[in-house]
Ligand binder design. Structure first.
Ligand code: GLV
Length: 330
């Protein structure tokens, strides 16, 4: 009799992959070897008759895919904290538990938001390009000036784990931290020395604005022309959350007309960004390829956490980190 099947949609860090491979006595395990994700129609074929799926944020996990798999699918475990690529209501309706990896990438992501903030403020990427182009001829007293970070106002939109970690780091720079979140986080705001304000105030007063909201129907293109127009012309916008939270056309207009000064993105719409996207023609933007969680520790922990969720689901146990615990309700 053939063994139940597991599919892992990409090569993940070895600590997590070893945990999955250790199940090979009881499961047929396929790990997608290509550096690019499987196309959606290929994924649909792969999941037919599957028992457990370990996927990434680059995989579109919709109702079609769940139905193509069949009722024996016990668990979908995603190696990411965000899960906007997964149709959660569809999974819940089919009683499929969805795993994710919260907490373990908080510091790595907050560090990277800061890396982008500092790189944008002090024009690190432009400076590097200048050096490599052989344009560095002397020490220039008026070259590469940028806004001060120390003492500036940091605005944070979305004050969950990552937003709070970004705020804590600001203390070392003597910054004033203002945050907006639909739910006021009174305890965390005290611990992080952050002040709660309405969104317009945060937008108006921030020298640096760091975005940490989830992507949902409500936050799609949340940062549009109207919101960007409230910001200071000297402001720097940093997005390490999800690309579609910012309307890219509005961002292009804001950066190209001086509505805001600079942007630094780790996420874009779409991903990867199209090479003919007008944002790529601008000098006042840094665009990284969605790497905020790419520290050795964070990615290893994400992989082991995703493997642990998968294994629990296969055993019929409650996932240690479950997005839709409603599946366990009677
Ligand atoms: C990364 O963006 C994640 O959601 O884990």
């Amino acid at each position: 009799m053939s063994k139940p099947r597991l599919f892992v949609t990409r090569i993940i860090p070895p600590k997590g992959l070893d945990m999955v491979q250790a199940l090979s006595a009881d499961y047929d395990i396929e790990v997608w070897q290509d550096p690019l994700p499987p196309a959606h129609d290929v994924l649909i074929e792969k999941v037919k008759g599957l028992t457990g799926l370990l996927c990434l944020l680059t995989d579109q996990i919709d109702a079609n895919l769940m139905d193509a798999s069949g009722p024996q699918l016990k668990v979908i475990s995603q190696m990411a904290v965000g899960f906007d690529n997964i149709d959660i209501p569809a999974a819940t309706a089919r009683r499929i538990p969805i795993g994710h990896t919260p907490g373990v990438l908080t510091d790595a992501t907050a560090d990277f938001a800061w890396a982008l903030l500092m790189a944008a403020a002090r024009r690190v990427v432009e400076g590097d390009k200048f050096t490599r182009a052989g344009q560095w001829q002397t020490w220039g007293p008026i070259d590469f000036l940028g806004p001060d970070v120390s003492g500036a106002t940091l605005g944070i939109v979305g004050f969950g784990r990552i937003g709070q970690a970004v705020a804590r780091r600001a203390q070392g720079f003597d910054m004033r931290v203002l945050y907006f979140d639909p739910k006021r986080q009174s305890e965390a705001e005290q611990a992080c020395h952050a002040e709660y304000a309405d969104l317009d105030t945060v937008l108006r007063e921030a020298d640096f604005l760091s975005i940490h909201t989830v992507l949902s129907k409500e936050t799609y293109h949340y940062f549009d022309d109207a919101k960007l127009k409230l910001m200071k012309p000297s402001a720097v916008l940093i997005n390490t959350a999800r690309g579609p939270v910012v309307d890219p056309a509005a961002l292009y207009r804001a950066l190209s007309t001086g509505t805001i000064a600079y942007a630094a993105l780790d996420v874009t719409e779409p991903e990867p960004i199209n090479m003919d996207d007008p944002l790529l023609t601008l000098d006042n933007i840094i665009i990284a390829p969605h790497i905020a969680s790419a520290s050795f520790t964070a990615r290893n922990k994400m992989a082991t956490m995703a493997a642990a969720n998968l294994i629990a689901g296969l055993k019929g146990e409650r996932l240690p980190n479950c997005v839709n615990p409603q599946v366990y309700e009677a």
